[in-house]
Design a protein around this ligand. Structure first.
Ligand code: MN
Length: 228
């Protein structure tokens, strides 16, 4: 389509992530799985099964870096998570076929205004806005599955100002990545460019301006963010 001169306002820039080696990964949607590690599910006091929510694609903070403390909160939590980068689309995907849909993996911080979440739950409102702000989704370099395989276990942790804050193991996920893809794709067709945050281990706690965040997943990568 020749769209020269067609836009009534300038199109926004496309969100994209760096890929280890070379290239860029275009971001289409961001799904986040909640309560996917048993210990974290227990500490939320909410019980039940893992669930999936959405956050805006343009909340991605490619490669980490400076993150401006968002408005409307006094309780900003980083949740360190394994992120799936989808390279092949589909619906009703069988768990056995799911790995073939994953282009690569990265370390992400699912940033959340915990106080906004609590108020939305209390008011029985949708809680999208607790995760919808600029920079809410820092994601590190994507490690292609062609290079690292499909990690099923390994340490996942975050340090804040050099002190270990959360630690867990990918093997402790209630829904491993293949099951997440199978369940999600029954309700929503996934497509190249989708990111899926796969949940966080126990112990997220708030950060403040000036804090230095360092996330790590064995065999996947690193992510560094400074709150400003
Ligand atoms: Mn999360």
């Amino acid at each position: 389509m020749d769209d020269s001169g067609a836009w009534a306002v300038a199109p926004p820039p496309r969100a994209a992530l760096p890929v280890a080696g070379s290239g860029l990964f275009p971001v289409r949607r961001i799904y986040t799985v909640g309560r996917n590690y048993r210990a974290h599910a227990a500490e939320t006091g909410l019980g039940g099964t893992p669930g999936v929510s959405l956050k805006p694609a343009d909340s991605v903070l490619p490669g980490g870096g400076d993150l401006a403390y968002p408005p409307g909160t006094a309780h900003l939590d980083p949740e360190v998570e394994l992120v799936l980068a989808i390279g092949k689309g589909g619906a009703d995907i069988a768990a056995a076929d799911a790995p073939g849909h994953v282009f690569g993996y990265a370390v992400g911080f699912d940033m959340i205004r915990r106080d906004v979440l609590a108020q939305c739950i209390a008011d029985r409102h949708s809680w999208d806005l607790c995760k919808s702000f600029d920079g809410a989704s820092p994601v590190g370099e994507i490690a292609p599955a062609a290079a690292i395989g499909h990690p099923a276990s390994g340490a996942i942790w975050i340090e804040v100002n050099g002190l270990r804050r959360q630690t867990g193991d990918l093997a402790d996920q209630v829904w491993p990545p293949a099951e997440i893809i199978a369940r999600l794709s029954r309700l929503s067709r996934i497509a190249p460019g989708d990111l899926i945050f796969t949940g966080t281990p126990a112990g997220p706690a708030p950060v403040a301006r000036g804090d230095a965040l360092h996330g790590h997943i064995d065999g996947v990568g690193e992510l560094r963010v400074r709150i400003v």
